[in-house]
Design a protein around this ligand. Sequence first.
Ligand code: ADP
Ligand code: MG
Length: 306
Amino acid sequence: MGSPILLKLFEDNPQVATSVFRLIKQQEDLLTVNRAHSQLMAVNHAAGLHPVVVSQPVFDLIRQAKAVSLLADSCFNLTIGPLVKHWKIGFRGHTVPPAAEIQSLLPLTRPEHVILDPQTCSVFLQQPDMEIDLGAIAKGYIADRIRDELHRMGIEHALINLGGNVLAIGAPLYGGNRWAIGLKKPFGSADASIGVIEVIGKSVVTSGIYERYFEVDGKIYHHILDPKTGYPLDNEILSVTVISDNSIDGDIYTTLLYGMGVEKALSYLATIPYIEAIFVTKTGQIILSSQRQFKFTLLDESYHLA
Ligand code: ADP
Ligand code: MG
């Protein structure tokens, strides 16, 4: 997945660890777009040609990603693939593409051109060269599958960190009665935190512009693209953290809320009580939505709790 994976258990149980890592590999084999073959790549390779039958879970995930992409003013777009590939942000060979090239790729990123047939469980990309990219929700989806697998094996206390998607199962067995999860300092060293988020049995997903980016002439180009312009999203936000029950919701909402900007995001969040968020802005503000599911403690005095 191109990101570090951590599994914390409170027992010496190699069998559990093995089956979790096997599950991650299986899921990656279905969903990756960074290799030549996966179920998703089969769909992408057949763009403009024919529908491809996928497994039910992959179909359901694509259906969910399409639905989120079609929400009014959504900046989530499952067909962002051609732009992501062109920018290569976070990969070797990243460049700022010529504006004309970005413009020419925008017509390939229309979610309504993803045709789903629930009867046959098939997916058809209507335009040649269209590409689905599930990078913005795959980790959340896989984290939830790991949680299900751990529950199935009777594990009630554990922590999974899939490259920034943290899923806490139950409470820690020792070292406090809540999980303490660090909120990363934007552009800080690997272990620098600006605060601590405390939860029990919740998902904590952070998406930040400092995670994968490159810099040209003092300007930062990061990995979350604005589907309207084809350029990295640009507003006052440095990172969005979402606290929720399911990690897939966290993964979806970090992108959606980031696209809204703080003000709109806060009024939107007031209508969905099960999703809560923490915003870190470029002016050093930390803004919290409601705090029913978590507790936040500020550690870095150079930031201000708004
Ligand atoms: P992270 O990978 O840092 O956890 P995200 O969950 O926000 O961050 O996913 C970012 C990835 O999603 C990008 O690397 C890219 O593959 C894809 N992506 C980029 N822009 C969009 C977008 N507007 N909508 C959906 N997916 C996107
Ligand atoms: Mg995401």
